[in-house]
Design a protein. Structure first.
Length: 65
């Protein structure tokens, strides 16, 4: 009779356990890494724009120099 056709033995479990643990650990680390890549909520930036009055003749005079 073929010995591999019966119930799984402890030997089969010992050979499969490292693979199962490796896959489980990889999935947990991948899930943790994927959750850390989410962009954090950034505060809104308040910018102030100043507009100055410009004298065209004065600017042309500066450009000549």
């Amino acid at each position: 009779m073929n010995s591999s056709s019966g119930n799984p033995t402890a030997r089969d479990l010992r050979t499969a356990l490292p693979t199962i643990l490796r896959i489980t650990l990889s999935l947990m680390l991948w899930t943790l890494g994927a959750s850390m890549n989410l962009p954090a909520a950034k505060p809104k930036v308040h910018r102030v724009v100043y507009t100055f009055a410009v004298d065209r003749a004065q600017i042309e005079n500066l450009q000549r120099w």
